[in-house]
Design a protein around this ligand. Structure first.
Ligand code: ACO
Length: 328
């Protein structure tokens, strides 16, 4: 008998303040037309000055916990994917653990920028499959607005804030008949990084270099090119590894960086855009938060239903990239 990690519940949180493309037109030399055509973004949520990544992570986790039927005592792990922690240390995860009243178990942060949630999901899945945890809160939370130079039009129009969460639960795989992919849960995860490309997307500073957090610097065109290539490679690998075809996938749940990158991955999979969860138009790029935010929205709206097959994929700074095949 094997153990699988199932997504028991989802939750999310978005800050109240909405920043539209029209608002940005008043701040930098840009236009709604340019932002929409190049990225697909129309508006994004921006956290209040005193609102932290941890606050957003806690709110998203509380939503996921509420819908799970579990109590804080049942949770034995908290993993937060973030690039924008409240403090250099301790982790955001320990803050979530304490504020939710979770008394024991592991808690730590994972940093893989926009691929962070896929990395965190994979790490949690492995703890569960090894029998080292039963119920892990996996959160993606970011205050990307705190890493922006608000006078740099090449980056400030793209990024945004928010948080999303899932609870992964250990489930014995005894309901599976002939095909193991019929079983609920995470079937495979695929993680990659190419550190030689780390300068393509970085912050201008850091704790042990400038002593300051720095702001986002991005070679947009180069990152775009590799994003398209790596996403095509990794979704191809998911299909081959699991011996499935694009027809076996119900929903593509991609990182929400740019609608053109998402469309190109969907095309590679021969999937119509109505099988793609796309929230980039109203969420912007929330880095590690974007996939769990999109997932929660699609689950709550009734788009994604129990039993459906999801292909999750992301690419971000590092460069890092990855994917997961999950039966919801
Ligand atoms: N408004 C108006 N004009 C602009 C703006 C703006 N906000 N920003 C740039 N421009 C101008 C440029 O200056 C340039 O002008 P020039 O031709 O006179 O020099 C022109 O628009 C074209 O710029 P490009 O950078 O070539 O535009 P491109 O079509 O590549 O789109 C974009 C830019 C949207 C950034 C795109 O390259 C992209 O999405 N890249 C990938 C981003 C991404 O996926 N990141 C991954 C994850 S993020 C993470 O991990 C944190």
């Amino acid at each position: 008998m094997s153990i699988n990690s199932i997504i028991l519940s989802t939750g999310s949180y978005l800050p109240t303040k909405i920043l539209t493309n029209a608002d940005l037109e008043k701040m930098v030399d840009t236009s709604d037309e340019w932002i929409t055509q190049r990225s697909g973004i129309k508006q994004r949520h921006i956290a209040a000055d005193n609102e932290t990544t941890g606050d957003m992570a806690i709110a998203a986790a509380q939503n996921a916990l509420k819908d799970s039927g579990l109590t804080p005592d049942d949770i034995d792990g908290v993993i937060v994917a973030t690039t924008t922690p409240d403090r250099t240390f301790p982790s955001v995860a320990v803050k979530v653990q304490a504020e939710l009243g979770i008394k024991t178990g592991l808690a730590f942060d994972v940093q893989a920028v926009c691929t962070g949630f896929v990395y965190a999901l994979s790490v949690a899945d492995n703890f569960i499959k090894l029998g080292q945890a039963k119920n892990i809160l996996v959160i993606g939370a970011e205050k990307m607005s705190s890493l922006l130079d608000w006078t740099d039009r090449t980056t400030c129009v793209l990024f945004a804030d928010g948080a999303g969460a899932v609870i992964l639960q250990a489930k014995e795989n005894n309901d599976v008949k002939e095909n193991k992919l019929d079983g609920q849960g995470i079937h495979s995860t695929h993680l990659y990084a190419n550190g030689k490309q780390r300068d393509m997307l970085q912050t201008s500073g850091g704790v042990s270099t400038t002593g300051e957090r720095g702001v986002i610097e991005m070679q947009g065109r180069e990152v775009f090119k590799y994003a398209v290539q790596y996403m095509a490679d990794v979704v191809g690998e998911v299909l081959t590894h699991n011996n499935i075809t694009p027809e076996d996938i119900d929903w593509l749940v991609p990182h929400q960086a740019n609608i053109r990158i998402i469309e190109s991955t969907a095309k590679k999979l021969n999937m119509d855009m109505d099988q793609v969860v796309a929230t980039v138009d109203h969420h912007g790029n929330t880095s590690a938060a974007s996939i769990p935010l999109a997932l929660d929205e699609a689950v709550r709206s009734g788009k994604i239903k129990r039993g459906q097959m999801l292909l999750i994929e992301a690419m971000g700074g590092g460069l890092t990239w990855g994917a997961a095949l999950v039966r919801f």
